[in-house]
Design a protein around this ligand. Structure first.
Ligand SMILES: C=C(O[C@@H]1C=C(C(=O)O)C=C[C@H]1O)C(=O)O
Length: 298
């Protein structure tokens, strides 16, 4: 069940900021555990380079191994109506995905119609910055093993050949980050409806800086990063055979997890919030806009 369906079926206000932040907090766990799984494998850079795997190129597919994994996975999931949910955004262009086999769930319309999709940015920072960082431990161990055993010829010290396993986990990480970042639309709608008058002038005369200042909550971000570090330390700790925590060994680079949020996920979520706001008045009549412009926070 998608979070949105769960969210709606529970009843209550889908635009409650506390409820939305609770979903964002729960997605931290999903993202941290998925990153821990990915960190087991080496970087495998060929999986992210277009045309790097001859067998895939021979099929006529022109993208990378990961692009192919995303397209194939999302094609099946589209048939299972994943992308009829307002909190799911495919990396594959929607027009290239099949129609759902099941009839759509009648979600109440919460968001204003918009074309905001940050997935290209997510795919770029994940493959270029995050994967090399979180797989460094496994990659260094692999290189040491290859050198110690004189495994030559295969000069890719960053390549353990686990293209299927690592890409399957990459899809899970990417989908979780995409859901998290695009929840920024629900956050933005929640803040907008609470005080439309504050936002309308900076939408009519587009001012990204003013809109970003209105949606940014530094205390919430600080608390999130502190919580995230504590979670990553606990979730990623290694255990001795007797089950006792090793204390100084972790399955993943904890700083890397925190920096993923600080330098990528949070800034991109804020960008989605602003992009959503800039489309918030599209299609409204002058009368509707004037009413919103006059509606101040109670
Ligand atoms: C998501 C929110 O909006 C902004 C983005 C945040 C984030 O990406 O974690 C946190 C606080 C705000 O700066 C929010 O207010 O909860």
């Amino acid at each position: 069940m998608s979070t949105t369906l769960f969210n709606f079926t529970l009843g209550g206000d889908p635009l409650s900021l506390d409820r939305i932040r609770g979903i964002l907090t729960r997605l931290e766990d999903t993202i941290i555990f998925a990153l821990i799984e990915r960190a087991q494998f080496a970087h495998n850079p060929k999986a992210y380079q277009r045309g790097a795997l001859a067998e895939l190129k021979a099929t006529g597919f022109e993208g990378s191994w990961l692009d192919w994994f995303l397209q194939e996975t999302e094609t099946f999931q589209a048939k299972a109506r994943r992308y009829t949910s307002p909190d799911e955004y495919p990396f594959t262009p929607l027009a290239e995905l099949p129609a759902p086999v099941l009839k759509s769930t009648p979600y109440p319309r919460v968001l204003h119609p918009n074309g905001v999709n940050a997935n290209p940015s997510i795919l770029s920072f994940y493959t270029r910055a995050i994967i090399p960082r979180i797989t460094k431990q496994a990659t260094l161990a692999l290189a040491a093993h290859k050198r110690a055993n004189g495994i030559v010829g295969e000069d890719e010290y960053e390549d353990d050949g686990n293209y299927g396993s690592s890409a399957a986990i990459d899809v899970e990480v990417l989908q979780a980050i995409s859901k998290r970042v695009h929840y920024g639309k629900f956050v933005s709608e929640s803040k907008f409806v609470e005080n439309p008058a504050a936002f309308v002038p900076h939408i009519l005369n587009p001012n990204r800086q003013a809109l970003e200042a209105l949606i940014t909550k530094p205390a919430v971000e600080r608390a999130l990063l502190q919580r995230l570090r504590k979670k990553a330390v606990v979730y990623a700790q290694d255990f001795a055979p007797d089950g006792e925590p090793k204390g100084d060994a972790f399955k993943i680079d904890v700083d890397g997890v925190v920096e993923l949020y600080e330098y990528y996920i949070i800034p991109l979520t804020r960008e989605v919030e602003v992009d959503y706001l800039l489309e918030r008045l599209k299609g409204l009549s002058q009368e509707e806009i004037d009413e919103l412009a006059s509606r101040k926070k109670q």
